[in-house]
Write a new protein. Structure first.
Length: 555
């Protein structure tokens, strides 16, 4: 047997305060996903150069071309499969385009195969599986394997959804008709009208939506999450007067569509209903594909890889309403996972796929105990990061739009604020140079600025959407991501071409194409660290909120 080699950046450190609960029983059945290297050298197109062209003039790769450029070689897949068989591991699924091979086996076999001592740890009341030290593979796989995910299953990711206050929820549910809704609460089509969405629907497009549920750690609760088609049908027909959307489910990890009634604090169903209510109404005519997965690193990478290489469903836009601080103290993303997600998103861009991602709902801190942080995957340069605003309207016009910030030092009164800031993981991208992104607050460190754009997210001027127990007032940047995904789907349909990787175009738009948000901040009151809005790009509202027809015209 060849001498094993250490996978770069694969080492895990047991966090301070974590209690070692002992080894994972050897007969526990587990799965891991092995990600390999791309087979080709330089891709046949320059994604950044193509992204600076008008969408109708761009060249995108076909699914077959993308697999050749970014996927794994037959030889590399065969080498991983031979390794699996030699170590008593079953081959569950191969996605050559995503360079992934999913394996299953006993904890004892997986531990031996990758040179790790799998143990259970408990921290902050959650028990999870992990290991101390690096991951190893045989020498002949050292140049092939880039990441092994699934060895660690600590929870990763949270939904970015904020419910309206109980009083406002009661008033929304008491409304007999849409005309009786409380002031500054909005059915999605009205928001589209206020933002001057182009009059085209999104027929011919497919919008992917990531959804999370399933086990939280080891031996803990299993978070429900999903939708009941009858609830959606009732919302679209009775409240909106629209045909219900065509929804396809894809189970990547976990139980798949598993709707709850909203009473469980871990239930992700309110998030799923929010996403489907917005995309189904604002991208009417589009097919929706929901990729169900788990709140783990393996769940994240496998879902993004699946969505961005799904030749059967072929989404043109993907909406992601979840994330975690890119440098979080409790459940930080590992470097190999960040790289794998980035490679998947770059390959998606080469195929003309746009990704809209929520920027977070906890202000400039992103929910961390100290300092300023931005969320991943919103901080990836390959996604359109979506921040949040408070929107007020008079008739058919916007009367006020400012940065969303309802934070309070009192947890019972804290209703959140838009995420935003400067990445400490990703360098400043060239296309963002015109934005004059400041350093990370309180430092001299530069990085990719977040968000790129913004839209309605304040739960006190909420969307009125389907919820497990009826209508609900809902906000959060979870609403901004599907809104922007829907707008891009409409633009695709109107142009007859995919807008694809949009960021280089966004930062070159003529002044006035988007609605500049110049008031507000995402600091914790009264004057915590964070960022203020102002003319042009800022680290709480990005370049601004939609002027949909103007954006389509510019494209």
């Amino acid at each position: 047997m060849s001498q094993p080699v250490e996978l770069p950046d694969s080492a895990r450190v047991v966090p301070d305060g974590a209690l070692d609960r002992g080894p994972v029983p050897g007969d526990t059945e587990l799965s891991v996903t092995v990600y390999g290297r791309p087979a080709a050298g330089e891709p046949p197109i320059d994604v950044l150069r193509e992204a600076r062209r008008p969408p109708r003039e761009r060249r995108y790769l076909t699914a077959a071309e993308a697999q050749l450029a970014y996927g794994a070689s037959d030889a590399d897949i065969a080498a991983v499969e031979a390794f699996a068989r030699a170590n008593d591991l079953a081959i569950v699924r191969v996605n050559q385009a995503a360079r992934s091979t999913k394996l299953s086996g006993s904890a004892a076999a997986i531990g031996r195969a990758f040179g790790v001592d799998l143990r259970h740890y408990t921290r902050h009341g959650i028990t999870y599986r992990s290991h101390a030290g690096p991951v190893y593979v045989p020498h002949e796989l050292g140049a092939i394997v880039q990441a092994v995910v699934g060895l660690d299953n600590r929870p990763l990711g949270r939904k970015f959804l904020r419910l309206a206050s109980p009083a406002l929820q009661a008033a929304i549910r008491a409304a007999a008709t849409s005309s009786d809704l409380p002031l500054n609460t909005f059915l999605p089509p009205r928001v589209a009208s206020l933002y001057d969405f182009p009059p085209h629907d999104a027929s011919g497009e497919t919008v992917g939506v990531l959804a999370f549920n399933g086990p939280i750690g080891v031996g803990g609760p299993s978070a429900p999450g999903g939708y009941d088609p009858t609830v959606l049908d009732r919302y679209f027909t009775r409240e909106l007067g629209l045909a219900p959307p065509h929804v396809t489910d894809v189970t990547v990890q976990g139980p798949g569509n598993d709707p709850g009634d909203g009473s469980d604090p871990d239930d992700a169903s309110p998030e799923v209903y929010l996403d489907l209510s917005i995309v189904g109404s604002l991208a009417a005519g589009a097919r929706i594909v929901v990729y169900f997965t788990e709140f783990t690193e393996q769940g994240w990478v496998d879902a993004i890889s699946q969505a961005t290489t799904d030749a059967a469903n072929d989404p043109s836009v993907v909406s992601i309403s979840y994330g975690n601080p890119e440098d979080g103290a409790v459940s930080a993303w590992s470097a190999p996972v960040v790289r794998q997600v980035g490679m998947a998103l770059e390959a998606a861009s080469a195929r003309g796929l746009s990704v809209a991602c929520a920027a977070g709902d906890s202000g400039a801190s992103d929910g961390e105990a100290s300092g300023v942080h931005v969320d991943f995957p919103a901080s990836s340069p390959w996604v359109v990061a979506c921040g949040g605003t408070r929107l007020e309207a008079a008739g058919d016009m916007i009367s006020s739009e400012v940065v969303w910030n309802d934070q309070s030092p009192n947890p019972s009164q804290d209703r959140g604020a838009t995420g935003g800031g400067v990445s400490v993981v990703f360098a400043p991208p060239g296309w963002q140079a015109s934005a004059r992104v400041p350093p990370v607050a309180g430092t001299e460190q530069t990085g990719r600025g977040v968000p790129d754009v913004a839209s309605l997210a304040d739960p006190e001027t909420p969307f009125v959407v389907a919820q497990p127990d009826g209508l609900g007032g809902v906000g959060g940047t979870s609403a901004a991501a599907p809104l922007w995904a829907s707008l891009l789907a409409r633009c695709n349909a109107a142009l007859g071409a995919r807008v694809g990787f949009l960021n280089p175009t966004l930062y070159g738009l003529p002044a006035g194409t988007l609605r500049d948000i110049t008031s507000g901040n995402n600091r914790m009151p009264p004057n915590g660290p964070g960022y203020d809005a102002g003319p042009g790009w800022d680290a709480c509202s990005g370049l601004g909120s939609p002027r949909g027809s103007a954006l389509l015209g510019a494209l």
